[in-house]
Design a protein around this ligand. Sequence first.
Ligand SMILES: [Zn+2]
Length: 318
Amino acid sequence: MRIYMPTRIPALLTATACLMMTLSAPAQVWASAQPTADQAPAVQCMKPGTQWPASWYEPFPAHQIIGPLYAVGGVDLSVFLITSDQGHILINTALADSTAFIKNNVEALGFNFSDIRVILTTQAHFDHTAAMQEIKTLTGAQVWATPADAQVLEDGGASDAHFGNCIEFRFAPVTVERILTDGEILHIGGQRIQVHFHPGHTAGSASYSLKVTEGDETYDVLIANMGTINPGKKMLHKPTYPGVAEDFAQTFHRQKNLAVDVWVAAHASQYQRDQKYSAGQPYAPGTFVDPEGFKQEVERLEKIYLQQLKTERDEMKP
Ligand SMILES: [Zn+2]
């Protein structure tokens, strides 16, 4: 099984080499915009007995979104599969114990779990990455990630600028084979998937787009990382990481300028899956077509961001 990247085979090698260099010389390569790992031991941040939402644990029946893009995740935590005749790409996992239901979902669609060749993430937070190491081991897949999320993946969440100190947000560290660049096209089988850096939610958040032709129509499809702001995040005064406010602003700007017909996101609630699809519904390419919904959601999140900037500015006034 080959993963070929016509213009990027040398890049695969150099990216891997570059990553190894990076690990031995973090200051030079990760640059000042990246959060630095806090060396303090992780502490408990949540009240004892705090539970994650039940919807984060429950599987949801696998289904085709459009063309080669399938949903293989849970009731709320999205996991996506992009299939090709040369192996598949998995985007995100769910919590640490989600491997079994993701595998079941992939197989329920008639695909082999062991044909997953590449694992990507839209954001290196534990609720999307905690099963990654296990799935990588079971499938032999490579993990490809943006520079900032790669660092967080490799230290199991310790260098996350916002949650790094919290034991509850840590996950099994996973080795990253390849560092992604903004705008590059990933080739696997006949699929061409473009990488979009959409930082803010995490410093390395990313979205992925592909064109899908069904019948006479070609659709612009986006697996989006939305610019949501976790509680306690700071933009201006002691920012959660340097440049976080600019990152969010850029992400909203770029997302509003993307051509999007079909979109999905890291949480099913974010793309209103349940208003578009119910389990068992027959496949139709138009099911998830929602260009207006995407635009409105980006604008809604941008308003929340602008309100937070205003609140922080007001708090900083003497
Ligand atoms: Zn998150």
